[in-house]
Design a protein around this ligand. Structure first.
Ligand code: NAD
Length: 418
């Protein structure tokens, strides 16, 4: 990934929020540094008996408000700066929705589509062993992210438990139900994006039925978002994945697309249906639509394409999809951007429920989970929106101000050791 450094984005947004809150640098300086960074290199035996080396990272950005929490991604472009940024976004996300966690993130630099299933399992288990010294239900709790899923979380749970000698389900969230996973977790991030979209439309006095949406990325987050927003009556006119996009201005058949994508390895380029137009991801971002939901990777809306965006509302389902330069251009053009740390927080909220259930050896039913998620999301959205009106600041600046205030307060109460 070029010279783009997402961590610089993070620093700029924190400084901006601190200036708006008129904070002394000594109050917030610690939030600009990750507490702990671990870089690991490790061998994996491949199916042909050769040995390959891989690099991975686990970054704990903050434990001021509780144990560190954040996903693990498998992606060939992952690097230290990306993982540092993703870890910091987790800290701010947990603070803005008010759950008692700090932030962390991990990654292995790998294209998992090039590994067999057995190789993927060996890589996951060895990476888990390498970062195990800093993990634990009271320390740092991973979860799924790009190219990782429930099965991989199950391997992480098993590896960590084997190293400790007893079952420790609370070390990871997003696990399969049978080993302590939570109902509602696989859908939680997309459900949170749907709730955010619904609530922001309400605040803008816009009926969902008249709206068209374009979604970039049809993985865990994008596909659930597509399903739930289409059930709300919003017309999904284009979606994409790494292989490119498909468009139909009359509305796409989302259940049919989801059935097609549910077969492992299926990509949209091979999806066939009458009336479809094919387009690139760049073309998709610039489509004439009411709502745009980036749900793939960071740095998708940047200085080079922000002027082409036609959507009036952007709901950031991905982490860091908009660069700081693009943010300014969108703001000047009157485009409303709902920031990632708010819009995609549903995943970590239900991860928190999973962890609470694991620690208490309890199981909540799905209604209880979805209702509690709805309540937490709506409260956070209301608070951010009110602050945005009161301070005449963007939704991103408002969300960061609220989160930073909580972090600074926690730091002040705890003091500086020793
Ligand atoms: P995923 O691996 O399930 O899906 C990623 C999707 O993006 C796939 O459809 C993939 O084909 C597509 N994609 C990859 N590269 C692309 C590119 N260059 N252009 C267009 N599409 C591309 O991952 P996910 O879990 O759905 O995560 C998506 C985003 O949401 C990430 O930014 C992630 O950090 C964020 N997020 C995920 C969760 C979660 O619970 N999984 C929670 C919060 C935020």
């Amino acid at each position: 990934m070029s010279t783009y450094n997402p961590y610089e984005n993070v620093i700029a947004v924190i400084r901006d929020a601190a200036a708006r809150l008129e904070l002394e640098e000594s109050d917030y300086i610690a939030t600009m540094y990750p507490e702990r960074e671990l870089k690991v290199s490790f061998p994996v035996r491949m199916d042909d008996d050769s040995v390959k080396m891989f690099e991975g990272y686990r970054v704990q950005h903050s434990s001021s408000r509780g144990p560190c929490k954040g996903g693990i991604r498998f992606h060939p472009d992952s690097d230290e700066n990306e993982v540092k940024a993703l870890a910091a976004w987790m800290t701010f996300k947990c603070a803005v929705v008010g759950i008692p966690y700090g932030g962390a993130k991990g990654a292995v630099k790998v294209d998992p589509s090039k590994l067999s299933h057995r190789e993927l399992e060996r890589l996951t288990r060895r990476f888990t062993a390498m970062i195990a010294p800093i993990l634990g239900p009271e320390r740092d709790i991973p979860a799924p992210d790009v190219n990782t899923n429930g099965e991989i979380m199950g391997w992480i749970m098993d590896t960590y438990s084997m190293l400790k000698g007893y079952a420790i389900p609370g070390v990871v969230t997003g696990k399969p139900l049978d080993i302590g996973g939570s109902l509602g977790r696989p859908e939680a991030t997309g459900r949170g994006v749907m709730i955010t979209t619904r609530e922001i439309l309400k605040k803008l006095n816009i009926q969902p039925e008249n709206q068209r949406v374009v979604i970039q990325g049809m993985g865990n987050v994008g596909s659930v978002t597509a399903k739930l927003v289409s059930e709300m009556g919003i017309k999904v006119i284009a979606v994409s994945d790494v292989s490119g996009g498909i468009q139909n201005d009359e509305g796409l058949d989302i259940p049919d697309i989801l059935r097609f994508l549910s077969t492992r390895g299926n990509l949209l380029k091979d999806y066939k249906k009458e009336g479809l137009k094919r387009l690139s991801n760049q073309e998709l971002l610039a489509l004439d639509t009411d709502i745009l939901i980036p749900a793939a990777l960071e740095n998708q809306i940047n200085e080079s394409n922000a002027a082409d965006i036609k959507a009036k509302l952007i709901v950031e389902a991905a982490n860091g999809p908009t660069t700081i330069g693009a943010d300014k251009i969108l703001d000047e053009r009157g485009i409303i951007v709902v920031p990632d740390i708010l819009a995609n927080a549903g995943g970590v909220v239900v991860s928190y429920f999973e962890w609470v259930q694991n620690i208490q050896s309890l199981m909540w039913d799905e209604d209880e989970i979805n209702q509690t998620l709805n309540r937490i999301m709506c409260k956070a959205i209301d608070t951010v929106y009110e602050n945005h009106l009161e301070k005449k600041s963007s939704l991103r600046a408002s969300a960061y101000m609220i989160a930073l205030k909580k972090l600074v307060t926690a730091k002040k109460i705890r003091g500086i050791f020793p």
